[in-house]
Ligand binder design. Sequence first.
Ligand code: ADP
Ligand code: MG
Length: 395
Amino acid sequence: MNKKNLNDIWVSGKKVLVRVDYNVPMDKAGNITDDTRIRATIPTLEFLLSKNAAVIIASHLGRPKGKIAPEFSLKPVAKKLSQLLHDREVLFANDSVGPEARKMAAALQPGQLLMLENLRFNPEEEKNDPEFAKQLAGLAEILVNDAFGVSHRAHASVHGITKYIPAVSGFLMDKELLFLGQAVTDPVHPFVAIIGGAKVSDKIGVIENLLNKVDTLIIGGGMANTFLAAQGYQTGKSLVEADKLVLAKELIATAKTKGVNLLLPEDVVVAENFAADADHKAVAVTQIPSEWMALDIGPATAGKFAAALRGAKTVVWNGPMGVFEFDAFAIGTEAVAKAVAASGAKSIVGGGDSVAALEKLKLAAKITHISTGGGASLEFLEGKELPGIAALADK
Ligand code: ADP
Ligand code: MG
């Protein structure tokens, strides 16, 4: 990527606004239940502090819908960040713009940290309002975008603001651009993509784009049922998108034309109903009982998919192979995750549920790069230009 990053600019003594994605999960008492997203930005923050920049942090949290909502306050996040930085002081402004933020930002000294309140308390953030963007920009001299997960949206803090101050990528963003960028522009072959999850309709763009790049495309999960139905198999009560049958047929034909090895399930685990304790069994795709539903790939399919991953040099994976939330139907996803790990390929996983599945199976550490942006990583894999990334300064 021909975009500037932290190493391309002078930050010492400068006021730097860092856009992060601190949209962390919290319990009802307001305790942060997973601080991964905060930890992931520490290298960028420590770099800036070590260079004596005055650091202003901006983020969103949850969906306050443009209104002040105490349950979405970033105050607990500021406290957590302070702990993670060995009790370094993190000042806090009660709004992201306005007199208080302006005053605190103006008084901020090199080596100090200031966190702004939730950007989305202001409706202007998501509307990419120019006046709001200008006010945000007025707090600092440089924007560092380390929020890959929101960069597929033209919001004021990642897009509009760059009309007023220059933007560069932070270290976390660099990692995303490096791994995802390499996979879509310059992958080492053999390149295998694994696409699963609930619906074909969510991932048409990704499948179409990856068909131009991969050697093998593996399709599992709920969306595989639509492909099976398109080929004339009876799929019982499985999740099938009836309006996507023609598309599925076309995608199968495209794969053939492009010489892509397209792999679909040959057996599935069917269940009597959609429940954790449902009666279930593995059957060939020719034998799906009319009253049952396919909730996972079967053992023969898991073996076939694993074999296709052997020797892969690049793997992109989005979407679980089954209803992994229920242990009985997490087996296919686990088998594929283990095969990805065993392949030794550079592996890239995106998608909220895919990451959740890997964490549940305790296999996340085996993946080369876990993308921090669900929707953003999908759009990247679709080959789309992401507004927040396009807006970064060119090298
Ligand atoms: P990601 O968030 O990784 O992009 P998706 O949101 O597309 O993944 O899909 C994840 C969901 O798909 C999970 O909730 C999972 O239960 C569901 N799913 C996977 N396989 C099936 C299936 N055979 N039938 C119904 N739902 C499925
Ligand atoms: Mg999902």
